[in-house]
Design a protein around this ligand. Structure first.
Ligand code: ACM
Ligand code: ZN
Length: 623
């Protein structure tokens, strides 16, 4: 750094940080996940045609990030900031400066600092590209809502000058997407990745194979997609409805290897690693339909047309491993990350019990039972991955019958599997159904789109603590982080998916990124409207269930009806009428559960700070 301006930037920045005022409330900043520390200066920087994005050179990654930032600003402006290498400039003024010269190991790989010099230059500094990238994601969120909503280009924008120091709490912050039950266009997968980047997620778990469809092109086995990617029809309504109804329409598709590479590269440029999941030994109906010789009975099998767990799974005979190793070899060539997810969940043992091949494997290998056979199966795959310098992740069923030595466990059936694995010294990613299944309802099931079940409102996701209390400090180090799972039995299109993840993925991001002592539901709730406006400006469907009252009707021991109303909103008042008229603040104030007697309906309106929140709700009490 020979340029004389440079030490000046650092000096002024340092002086400013020393003189900065007390920490501001975050409401006015609206950044999610909440940074470690942020100090607003109550001043703005004006970005206009004279503003530039200056990057420390030579650093092509910073130049690309600068170009993206310039394009972001240009999308709502009649100017496009010039992206200039630092070595070519004489002085700095109303510019944005990107640099990897932080040289402070306490920020790690993903931490960053946003600072300013004399209220004129915004510096986004980190130890490397990932930190600068996250700094830019926070910087995006400093732009006013009007920026996102603008339909006409403006000639200047005021952005608040804020000094931020930030870094992640957990190293693994994941979002999963099931493309087996329903698949989504490449453009949507990229949008999903963009949302992940905005909220500083760094692992995309791509669930690529299922009973209802095989979704990744494998050159050595073309039937996987020719046959396995297509089902004859799809069950309608909820799986539990009787009689079952089917739509009679063929459904399917897959991602070509070129498309996979495109998505992996797109994610990588956003510091997101894609983890492919190739399910085995269960959830393999689509593969068996394509290659029936891989099953115990030899088939015929069908690509499943309804949801659930199916008895037919891969046989443990040698030819299955020839197949799986060939598939994984192509998969490893496409996905450069160290982790390969091999499923391992929900594999019924019925077909192995009835199969002479599988029973012979049990005898030959000196195994006790089918649980040990599954462990033997997974260990074989783990060894194969290890020989290829990759590491296996599996759902917590891989604990049954013994865990391969370097396996990472994804704990989904509660936290027990994660606790056991961490106590055995294995790395763990927490995805418990209680907090991390975004296919669950987030509001009243009567008014929400059809979902699999459950109730996981955004406040519950927000409250999630990924480190189980049962672990000591040493064991807790094995909890790499957590992940939301997005199963798509009931999510048929991109709008349905974004509805289920927004805003819950924002809530989980704060549980994974921000220091636990900074977590504050009230502050998070107050920051949500800015994000809702952004979703609207981006045309994204999202859920406002947070602003709805939750209604529960139960029966007391003496047979009375008990109506309970609750709300996630901090400091809210619940008003109601026992008729269809919309309540105001002179209506009944809800204080505790009560018996609505013969009332046919209840109308509810929430109020906060004397203003109505959310829409009025009318619920029938006739049942
Ligand atoms: C799972 O939900 N079967 C991992
Ligand atoms: Zn078999």
């Amino acid at each position: 750094m020979k340029n004389p301006v440079y030490p000046l930037v650092l000096l002024v920045t340092t002086l400013f940080l020393l003189a900065s005022c007390k920490e501001n409330t975050f409401q006015q900043l609206n950044i999610i996940p909440k940074p470690h520390s942020a100090y607003a200066t109550h001043k703005n920087i004006t970005l206009d045609k004279n503003s530039r994005i200056i990057y420390e050179d030579p650093n092509p990654a910073l130049r690309l990030m600068g170009e993206e930032l310039a394009a972001f600003i240009h999308s709502k402006s009649d100017f496009r900031p010039e992206v200039v290498p630092y070595s070519l400039i004489q002085s700095l003024e109303n510019d944005i400066f990107l640099a990897t010269n932080l040289n402070d190991s306490s920020f790690g790989n993903d931490g960053y600092r946003i600072s300013n010099s004399g209220g004129k230059i915004i510096s986004i500094q980190a130890n490397g590209g990932q930190g600068v990238f996250y700094g830019i994601q926070s910087f995006y969120q400093l732009f006013p809502i009007e920026f996102y909503q603008a339909t006409e280009s403006k000639s200047s924008w005021e952005v608040p000058i804020v000094n931020i120091s930030d870094k992640s709490r957990f190293a693994y912050r994941g979002m999963h997407l099931d493309v087996g039950r329903h698949l989504f266009p490449v453009e949507f997968i990229k949008q999903y990745i963009d949302l992940m980047a905005l909220y500083k997620y760094n692992y995309f778990h791509w669930h690529l194979t299922e009973d209802q469809g095989w979704r990744i092109e494998i050159k050595a086995y073309p039937n996987l997609t020719k046959t396995g990617a297509w089902r004859s029809e799809t069950i309608m309504g909820h799986q539990s409805e009787r009689p079952k109804k089917f739509d009679g329409k063929p459904y399917g598709g897959f991602y070509t290897q070129d498309e996979v590479r495109e998505i992996v590269d797109y994610a990588a440029s956003r510091y997101i690693t894609v983890i492919p999941e190739i399910e085995m030994p269960g959830h393999s109906s689509a593969a068996l339909a394509a290659y029936p010789e891989l099953g115990c009975s030899g088939g015929p099998y069908q690509v499943q047309t309804q949801w659930g767990v199916f008895d037919e799974i891969y046989c443990t005979k040698e030819s299955t491993f020839t197949f799986l190793e060939a598939v994984l070899t192509e998969v490893m060539a496409l996905f450069p990350g160290k982790y390969i997810h091999i499923g391992g969940d929900e594999a019924p043992k019925k077909s192995w019990k009835n199969c002479p091949h599988c029973q012979e494997t049990i005898r030959e290998e000196g195994l006790e039972n089918e649980a040990e056979l599954q462990s033997w199966f997974i260990t074989r795959i783990a060894d194969f991955l290890q020989k290829n310098d990759r590491q296996l992740i599996g759902w917590d069923e891989i604990l049954e019958g013994g865990l391969p030595s370097d396996a990472t466990v994804m704990s989904w059936r509660g936290t027990e599997g994660g606790i056991a694995a961490a106590q055995m010294g294995h790395d763990v990613i927490m995805t418990p159904g209680s907090h991390c299944y975004f296919d669950h309802y987030q509001g009243n099931s009567e008014t929400e789109p059809l979902a699999i079940g459950g109730y996981t409102p955004v406040s519950k996701v927000y409250a999630y603590e990924a480190i189980p209390a049962e672990l000591n400090q040493q064991e807790a180090r094995h909890i790499l982080g957590a992940q939301a799972n997005v199963w798509t039995e009931y999510l048929r299109n991109p709008d349905a998916v974004t509805y289920m993840i927004l805003p819950r993925m924002a809530a989980l991001s704060e549980a994974l990124w921000s220091p636990p002592e900074k977590k504050d539901w009230k502050s998070f709730y107050d920051r949500l409207p800015a994000h809702f406006s952004r979703y609207e400006a981006l045309g994204l469907k999202y859920s406002r269930a947070v602003d709805q009252a939750k209604i529960q009707i139960t029966q007391s021991e003496t047979g009375e009806k008990i109506l309970e109303i609750s709300s996630e909103i901090p400091e809210v008042s619940i008003y109601y009428t026992l008729n269809p008229s919309i309540p105001g603040q002179s209506s009944q104030l809800y204080q505790q559960a009560f018996d609505p007697k013969k009332a046919e309906s209840i109308s509810i309106q929430l109020f906060k700070n004397e203003k109505p929140v959310g829409d009025p709700q009318i619920h029938s009490l006739n049942y």
